[in-house]
Ligand binder design. Structure first.
Ligand SMILES: Cc1ncc(C[n+]2csc(CCOP(=O)(O)OP(=O)(O)O)c2C)c(N)n1
Length: 367
């Protein structure tokens, strides 16, 4: 059988697709995903969408202070989580990746704990919302400065190579990140060192209000891989199977010692950039509506239905199950209680120096 690694051509003019708009299979190879894996992909996409909707309610009810909507990114994010070895490989995500974190296995209690800054957040509420991380899952804590996680991902990949751990570092970002110096430095370093890394752009065509044509003159983000001498794959990121197989191939290629790849997953964000943005000021409603017609969830539903793996009753049960998991996770996160202010002085340095001890005493007096 042809290995995933060599199945796809890099630098195609058109995005790689494996499903038509109604979910019809377009691949020229036999699908090697079993029924459970296919159904799991669908469930994770549905859960990502429902989590996103729940986040909107959190912001509207004032329970959190910031969200970065990810509806439209589900196929790309869920595909990545399924393509890597969960808890073994490392993931360096960006702030829009809550669907990816969930599909990777981050407990809802922790995700909501992070969004609400309660004791359920393993990072003790020290990051703004949408910045989770997990030691247990090798999930590098999201960093706000765009592309600042790319050099650390390259560094981790280089250490994996030197230590022969067999792991791969997977790093995600938006197309806005590709205009940052850190992005070039990181990928270049990984490429020179032949490190096991996969760099994935969730290209949703806008960096807040800056559209693609003002971001770069490259026809595709994948084309930028030429500069590093690595393969660049352009993929329909609203096609979960294409996203899965291409990312998996790039991960296997990295694991075999053949160095990094750049994967561009073309997606669209249906919502505003964040809860602090009004997208109606820079893009027409018709454009958003046109992209929604290509929604990754009904498209994959069409695929499953054609395989006899979907029916309305199963979907209803799934939704009910996910809804109750979301409510349970949120309840546990809230019940954990708020982070005590004095925690902010813990873990800053291995030992608390005199000035932090003094500040701690002052804070206690104040409280
Ligand atoms: C170094 C840096 N500059 C600017 C910002 C402000 N900022 C936050 S998100 C964002 C847009 C990034 O867009 P993109 O990388 O395309 O990802 P998307 O949000 O579209 O998913 C900007 C400019 C930042 N966080 N860091």
């Amino acid at each position: 059988m042809v290995k995933d690694t060599y199945r796809f051509q890099p630098f195609t003019q058109e995005p790689i697709r494996l499903m038509g708009e109604k979910g019809e299979w377009l691949g020229d190879f036999p699908l090697d995903l079993d029924e459970d894996s296919l159904k799991r992909l669908y469930r994770d996409m549905l859960a990502a969408r429902m989590l996103d909707e729940r986040y909107t309610i959190l912001i509207r009810t004032g329970k959190t202070s910031f969200i970065a909507p990810a509806a439209g990114h589900e196929a790309a994010q869920v595909a990545i989580a399924h393509a890597l070895r969960r808890g073994f490989d490392w993931l360096f995500p960006y702030y829009r990746d809550h669907g990816l974190a969930l599909a990777l296995g981050l407990p809802l209690r922790e995700l909501f704990g992070q969004m609400l800054a309660t004791r359920a957040d393993p990072n003790k509420g020290r990051q703004m919302p949408e910045h989770p991380g997990s030691r247990a899952l090798n999930l590098f804590t999201v960093a706000s400065p765009i592309a600042s996680h790319v050099p650390p991902a390259a560094g981790a990949a280089i250490s994996m190579k030197l230590l022969r751990t067999g792991q791969v570092a997977v790093c995600t970002f938006g197309e806005g990140a590709t205009s940052e110096g850190d992005w070039y430095a990181g990928i270049n370093f990984a490429a020179v060192q032949g490190a096991p890394a996969v760099f994935i752009c969730e290209n949703n065509l806008y960096a807040i209000s800056v559209d693609y044509s003002r971001q770069t003159h490259s026809p595709t983000i994948a084309d930028k891989a030429h500069a590093f001498g690595i393969p660049g794959y352009l993929v329909d990121g609203m096609d979960v199977l294409a996203s899965y197989y291409v990312v998996k191939g790039a991960i296997e290629r990295a694991r075999l010692g053949e160095g990094p790849s750049l994967v561009e997953l073309r997606v669209y964000r249906y919502g505003p950039h964040s809860s602090a943005d009004d997208d109606s000021r820079y893009r027409p409603k018709e454009e958003v509506e046109a992209w929604k017609k290509r929604d990754p969830i009904p498209r994959f539903r069409g695929f499953l239905e054609a395989q006899g793996l979907w029916n309305a009753e199963w979907e209803e049960d799934l939704k009910e199950e996910i809804r109750s998991e979301l409510e349970q996770g949120l309840k546990e996160a809230e019940e954990a209680g708020p982070i005590p202010p004095e925690w902010m002085l813990d873990d800053v340095l291995a030992e608390k120096p005199w000035h932090l001890q003094r500040q701690e005493a002052l804070l206690k007096e104040e409280l």
